[in-house]
Design a protein around this ligand. Structure first.
Ligand code: AVJ
Length: 321
């Protein structure tokens, strides 16, 4: 029988290694020091993120699932999608609500994620549970591989979980422009966006009592140690979640508890940290309806539906060209 699950690396095998090296060389020599969040997600990081989504403090996953549960039928009716493409699909757990609602008209599911392990696990489970669905997975990051698969339309492009919050304003504009260029006249974008809310609620969502988010944050140091032969001692860094009220975003930082020099051998780089110096590992932008609608409009996308959970913590929007 024809294989129903395929996994493609869109980019050359050494692309990930090269971009990791370039990102780390640039980020650790910048002021302030930064690292892009996509490097959290090795197998352990992906598993820790799944654990985060079940924490009592981390409301976004549950809030978005509530909206999807309430609206999946409406989304199916409004889009009539025959192909569902998903950027940053992770475990594809919430995707099942869409797959169920789209029903037998849906021919193929095209998840794209940086995590090979997450795509494999999700893809294998999905072909077991959806015997008539083709799953064509791509290992890539959503910024460098934004094309729709060459499968029957209309296409529904889902970008859930407020992963768009990892992008700053300039990156969002470029990303939304690329989305606009990828969509045909009958295609649609389904976007999940976390909303501005009480600072304490936000901070606790990124600094949970069990310390899972702290482990997740420090996991990027383990990734650098393994992939780039670095010698970070994760025990000498403290996880911090900061609400940046000016930019309206949560930032995750790793603060060096002491002055120290870290070697990144594969880059022949020595990185000096002052005591209490922060390394910023993630931004998680929180959105407001009018500003986000304007950002989409500036990229040529019209918001047709805007749904929130009853507590208005999270929004799901459907946009067309
Ligand atoms: C997967 C980027 C949406 O920003 O909330 C969770 C990642 N970081 N806890 C987010 C994350 C810390 C998450 N996104």
């Amino acid at each position: 029988a024809r294989p129903r699950f395929t996994l493609t690396r869109r980019l050359a095998a050494d692309h990930a290694a090269r971009t990791l090296r370039a990102d780390v060389a640039a980020g650790l020599t910048a002021t302030p020091k930064t690292l892009p969040p996509k490097w959290f997600y090795d197998a352990r990081g992906s598993a820790l993120f799944e654990e985060i989504t079940r924490l009592p403090e981390y409301y976004p996953t549950r809030a978005e699932r509530e909206i999807l549960q309430a609206r999946a039928q409406e989304i199916a009716a409004l889009t009539g999608a025959r192909t569902l493409a998903e950027l940053g699909s992770g475990s594809s757990e919430k995707t099942r609500l869409l797959l169920d609602a789209l029903g037998p008209g849906l021919r193929s599911y095209a998840p794209l994620d940086v995590s090979d392990s997450a795509l494999r696990e999700a893809g294998e489970a999905l072909i077991r549970d959806y015997p008539r669905l083709d799953v064509a997975a791509t290992v890539a990051d959503f910024e460098s591989a934004l094309t729709l698969p060459d499968t029957p339309g209309p296409h529904l492009l889902a970008f859930l979980g407020s992963t768009i919050g990892n992008l700053d304003a300039g990156q969002r504009a470029a990303f939304l422009t690329a989305v606009r260029a990828a969509l045909g006249p009958d295609d649609a974008l389904l976007l999940g966006a976390d909303l501005v809310k009480d600072a304490g609620v936000l901070r606790r969502a990124y600094d949970d009592a069990q310390g899972v988010t702290a482990e997740f944050n420090k996991n990027v140091l383990h990734v650098l140690n393994r992939e780039l032969d670095a010698d970070f001692d994760p025990d000498t860094f403290t996880h911090r979640a900061v609400w940046n009220a000016v930019e309206e975003r949560v930032e995750m930082h790793l603060r060096s508890d002491r002055a120290q020099t870290v070697k990144v051998k594969a880059l022949d780089l020595a990185v000096d940290f002052e005591r209490d110096e922060d390394l910023r590992t993630e931004i998680s932008v929180k959105f407001r309806r009018s500003a986000l609608t304007d950002e989409l409009a500036a990229a040529g996308l019209t918001v047709r539906r805007w749904w929130t959970d009853p507590q208005e913590r999270f929004a799901l929007l459907l946009a067309f060209v």
